[in-house]
Design a protein around this ligand. Structure first.
Ligand code: COS
Length: 377
C-alpha cells in the first residue's frame, strides 16, 4: 500500500496550491458577496489546465487518473468550495460523453474543455431531484432530429457554460427507461438561461435554471442509446462522487487550519486558548474526521483507477466527507467564537459552503441508500 503522492503529483499539487493562494483565497469573500466568480478566474483556471483534467491524452488532455484529480479538487476546495464546484462540474458534465459518446462528440467536447470552455450537467428538475428518473423534460423524435421541451433547475455553471449535457425523456409515458442524454450547445435556438439562484453558500459558483423551448437537436447530439440515460447518469454520478468528496475534504481541512492557527494566537485567562484541553479535544476530533474522510476519498479513487468496483466507496466518500465538512466547519466557528461567526473571518463562509456538500450530487440520505443497497442486495 502506498499512502504518498509521487513526485509528479506533488509538483502539480504545489502548482495548484500557488494558484489557489494567489487567485482564489484572497477573493473568496468578495466572490461570496458578489454571488459570482471573479470575471477572469475561469480563463486563468483554463490557462492552468484545471478545466480539462479528465480529458484523455488521445483527445489532447492530460488524462489524469482519479486520485490526481481528487488531489487537485481538494486543493481548490481549500480556497473556495464554490469555485472548486464549478471547476469540478466540467468533469461531471464530460463523463457521459467520455463514457458513451461518439468519436465526434468526444472530440468536440474535449476540444472545448482543452480551450478553457465550461460544461454543465443538466439532470435536476423541479420534480426530479433525488428521484432522478422523474425527469419531465421531453425529447420527441422528428425525422433525424429531436425536439426538447422542459426546465432544468439548480444547474452548476448553468449561466456560464458553453455546452450542456441535458437529460430528457424520449418516452411519452416517462420513467427511467425513457431517460436519454443529449449534448446541447448554448447557442441552440430555444435554449435559454433562466433564474440565477441566490444561495446560502458556494455563492461564487454559478447555479441557474435552464429553459428548453422547442430546442431542435440532430440525432447526432444523442449520447448513447434512447433509454440509456439513467444508467449513464448513474455511472457519471458514481465517478464524480469522490470528487465532490475531495472538495469537502479541502474545505474541512482549511477550516481546521484556520481554527488551529487562531487557537494558538487567541489568548484568554492569560494563555492561548490552544492550551485548554476542551479546545484541544475539538481540534483533535476535527483532524481525525478530516483524515478519515481523506482516506475514503483516495481509496474510492484508487479503486476506480484500478478498474475495480468502486460505487459503494464513492457513495461512502461523498456522504462521509460531506458530513465531516459540515461538522468541522461548525466546530471551526465554535473554536473561533464571535470572530468565527463574523464575516471578517473566512470560516462562517466555509460553514455555509459546507451545507451543500450534504445535499448536491445526491443527498447524503441517497448515498446511505446506495451504500446499504450495495451491502444488502
Ligand atoms: N450504475 C449503473 N446502473 C445503475 C446504478 C449505477 N450506479 N444505479 C442504478 N442503476 C440501474 C439499476 O441496475 C436498474 O437497472 P435495471 O432496471 O435494468 O435493473 C436501474 O438503474 C434502476 O435502478 P433503481 O431501481 O435502483 O433506481 P431508483 O429509481 O430506485 O434510483 C437512486 C436509485 C435513488 C440511487 C438514484 O435515483 C439516485 O442516485 N438518485 C440521486 C440522483 C442525484 O444524485 N441527483 C443529484 C443531481 S445530479 S448533480
Amino acid at each position: 500500500m502506498e499512502f504518498a503522492f509521487n513526485e509528479e503529483q506533488e509538483e502539480l499539487r504545489e502548482m495548484v496550491r500557488e494558484f489557489v493562494e494567489k487567485e482564489i483565497t484572497p477573493f473568496a469573500a468578495e466572490m461570496d458577496r458578489n454571488n459570482a466568480p471573479m470575471p477572469d478566474l475561469f480563463k486563468k483556471a483554463g490557462d492552468m489546465g484545471l478545466l480539462n483534467v479528465i480529458v484523455p491524452e488521445e483527445y489532447g488532455g492530460p488524462g489524469l487518473d482519479s486520485v490526481t484529480v481528487a488531489m487537485i479538487y481538494e486543493e481548490l476546495g481549500k480556497g473556495c468550495a464554490g469555485i472548486a464546484t464549478s471547476i469540478a462540474a466540467n468533469s461531471l458534465a464530460s463523463y457521459p460523453v467520455l463514457l458513451k459518446g461518439t468519436e465526434e462528440q468526444k472530440k468536440t467536447l474535449c476540444d472545448l474543455l482543452n480551450n478553457g470552455g465550461l460544461a454543465a450537467f443538466a439532470l435536476t428538475e423541479p420534480g426530479a431531484g433525488s428521484d432522478a428518473g422523474g425527469v419531465a423534460t421531453k425529447a420527441v423524435k422528428d425525422g433525424d432530429h429531436y425536439i426538447l421541451n422542459g426546465n432544468k433547475i439548480f444547474i452548476t455553471n448553468g449561466g456560464l457554460a458553453d455546452t450542456y449535457l441535458v437529460f430528457a425523456n424520449t418516452r411519452k409515458s416517462g420513467g427511467i427507461r425513457g431517460l436519454t442524454a443529449f449534448v446541447v450547445p448554448r447557442n441552440t435556438p430555444g435554449f435559454s438561461v433562466g433564474k440565477k439562484e441566490d444561495k446560502m453558500g458556494i455563492r461564487p459558483s454559478n447555479t441557474c435554471e435552464l429553459i428548453l423551448q422547442d430546442v431542435v437537436v440532430p440525432e447526432s447530439a444523442r449520447v448513447g442509446r434512447e433509454g440509456e440515460g439513467f444508467r449513464i447518469a448513474m455511472n457519471t454520478l458514481d465517478s464524480a462522487r469522490p470528487f465532490v468528496a475531495s472538495v469537502s475534504v479541502g474545505l474541512a481541512q482549511s477550516a481546521l487550519d484556520i481554527a488551529a492557527k487562531y487557537a494558538k494566537e487567541r489568548r484568554q485567562f492569560g494563555q492561548p486558548i490552544a492550551s485548554f484541553q476542551m479546545v484541544q479535544a475539538m481540534i483533535a476530533d476535527m483532524a481525525m474526521k478530516v483524515e478519515t474522510a481523506r482516506l475514503l476519498v483516495y481509496k474510492a479513487c484508487w479503486l476506480r483507477d484500478q478498474g475495480k468496483e468502486f460505487a459503494k466507496e464513492a457513495a461512502m466518500s461523498k456522504c462521509y466527507a460531506g458530513d465531516v465538512a459540515m461538522q468541522v466547519t461548525i466546530d471551526a466557528v465554535q473554536v473561533m467564537g464571535g470572530y468565527g461567526y463574523s464575516k471578517e473571518y473566512p470560516v462562517e463562509k466555509k460553514m455555509r459552503d459546507a451545507k451543500i456538500m450534504q445535499i448536491y450530487e445526491g443527498t447524503n440520505q441517497i448515498q446511505r441508500l446506495v451504500i446499504a443497497n450495495k451491502i444488502l442486495y
